[in-house]
Ligand binder design. Sequence first.
Ligand code: ADP
Ligand code: NA
Length: 332
Amino acid sequence: GFTPRIFSGIQPSGGLTLGNYLGALKRFAALQGEQSETIYCVVDMHAITVWQDPEALRMRTREAAAAFMASGVDPAQSVLFNQSQVTAHAELAWLFNTVARVGWMYRMTQFKDKAGKNSENASLGLLAYPALMAADILAYQATAVPVGEDQKQHLELTRDIATKFNHDYGVNHFPITEPLIEGAATRVMSLRDGSKKMSKSDPSDASRINLTDNADAIAQKIRKARTDADPLPGTVEGLRDRPEARNLINIFAALADESPDQVLSRFEGQGFGAFKPALAEVAVAKLSPITAKMAEFMDDPAEIDRILGTGAERAAAIATPILDRTKDIMGL
Ligand code: ADP
Ligand code: NA
């Protein structure tokens, strides 16, 4: 058996959103101090698969680290670091490039979305992204990965790489990592379009709540969120064909640590005129302490760099022997 170990990462490719918080960050802190070791990473080498301004990237890497800590990740309890500072990730990714098949990569929906129509002009790294993600996870022989729904396909590819490696070399070297996709908000949708996920890369700022938004901005975005005119039903079954309403109920439930049905039992028969101010209130109550703490951490960038440096040493101490053993297995 493998030691229970949790790994997850976040790209410093833009400002973080409520989707990143509910789908990922909020759960990272909750998983600390349980049976598993927790390893959390700012994945800057993933970010550069699309163009990043170097100075902005450096700043956003610190901001992502600040977001981890402001959300409750304690760098003494968890290993918190920046991907490019631990060379095992890049080395293992190359080894996995020889295990993964080209066809697996072309099937990834995120590649198709991000590469767009002119996919011949996408970076090779964007195509190979899932092999680096597999390396992030398997460099620690991680057994579980808390992520949002959008990462499910990539995680399946990590499992495929581990399975093929173990089979090809006749070993039981890599675990078959379990996705932890749980809670009411595993896929937070855009506030402007119930068919698109909330994303930091959406050109419309009104589509998302940023972790740096102030109370007024949060309230205004929720007030303007697209909805229908019907009153709220008593249970989630009544929201089946109402994606925008369903999304707002899910967001409320996740923020308030309730089930969607519990939320609906309180708002049954009421319209969005009553629900939206209540949602804005819970969102501000949960997010503004995080926003404030992020700003506090960002006031001392040298301290963030020091924390990430210590984290990188701890991460390398785990990953390096696993990488060495992998190379040995492969005859390198
Ligand atoms: P993004 O998709 O915003 O560029 P990342 O790829 O860095 O962010 O993902 C960081 C984490 O946030 C992943 O676990 C991802 O599944 C989660 N996540 C991103 N967007 C959402 C969303 N809209 N709803 C729930 N989880 C999300
Ligand atoms: Na993502």
